[in-house]
Design a protein around this ligand. Sequence first.
Ligand code: HEM
Ligand SMILES: *[C@@H]1O[C@H](CO)[C@@H](O)[C@H](O)[C@H]1NC(C)=O
Ligand SMILES: *[C@@H]1O[C@H](CO)[C@@H](O)[C@H](O)[C@H]1NC(C)=O
Ligand SMILES: *[C@@H]1O[C@H](CO)[C@@H](O)[C@H](O)[C@H]1NC(C)=O
Length: 252
Amino acid sequence: MKLSLFVKTGLFGLAAGSGDWEPKGHEWHPPLPEDSRSPCPGLNAMANHGWLPRSGKNIDLAAVRFGVTGAYNYAPTTFDDAFAQAVSFNLTTTGNGSTFHLADLAKHDDIEFDGSLSRNDFYFGDNLHFDPAIFATVAERLGLYEAGDSEMDKYVTVETAAKARAARVQDAMRVNPTFNASANEMSGSPGTTALYLVTLWDDKVGAVPKAWIRSFFEKERIPYLEGYKLPETQKTSATITDMFERVLAAKV
Ligand code: HEM
Ligand SMILES: *[C@@H]1O[C@H](CO)[C@@H](O)[C@H](O)[C@H]1NC(C)=O
Ligand SMILES: *[C@@H]1O[C@H](CO)[C@@H](O)[C@H](O)[C@H]1NC(C)=O
Ligand SMILES: *[C@@H]1O[C@H](CO)[C@@H](O)[C@H](O)[C@H]1NC(C)=O
């Protein structure tokens, strides 16, 4: 009995290829109605996998440090500044100035800004939840549903991602009469593009698998089932800054 189970698991493991399972205790579960989620797919995906409290509530710095390392292999302190910034805006509704609920991050014009890749602008009523129509415009520009002939068609390059995010901001500026992002907020757009590129980067290829981007934004699911593995080399704020420069330097 035990042996046959072992053999079966072994064969299945081989057939499925290594890496495409979810770590024990960190399986993806969509949020329950009472759970708190943010405009940030990175943090939401962590909560959906239990790398942050699945409730999305009372998030403190220690929880973020634990989560970004366990989920994406960032150095634990990589997001300390982002956390401190969130707290400094006094957007928390937890009653404790050292914590926030994920939904608190949607407060417009603090960290949350117009022209996001997967959310609509505050002006249109919902800047918090994934917006399929908005993301469809980005997915189209990234070619997420195009399966071309060449191997490279399975990946998104830095240049393609840079173009898609610039075009999305142009769209938002055209249709949103209140689009008024500050300079700081405008740098958030290439910044968050750099973030998803670094997080989902496939080192062997030097680009990001389209299937991983779909999972990350559309399901807020870490793409373990599509072959994502915890990167061996730890990423830091320097990795993000380098990618930010590359996004800005790309011809759009
Ligand atoms: C304490 C840490 C973090 C905080 C406070 C935070 C907060 C936010 C907020 C408020 C937004 C909304 C910005 C907007 O309006 O577009 C956002 C967007 C975003 N965040 Fe985070 N985030 C954190 C960590 C992360 C991590 C670890 C990742 C990657 C794994 C990530 C990836 C993204 C991406 C890709 C977006 C853009 C979403 C879009 O444009 O639709 N963030 N984040
Ligand atoms: C947040 O609250 C602190 C303490 O009350 C205050 O000093 C600070 O100016 C507030 N920050 C913002 C952005 O309102
Ligand atoms: C506020 O949250 C911090 C971080 O989790 C915790 O250390 C502290 O004890 C909390 N303060 C109160 C008054 O609950
Ligand atoms: C954007 O508009 C809102 C509402 O009119 C205003 O409160 C905010 O200060 C403006 N932000 C910037 C960066 O101009």
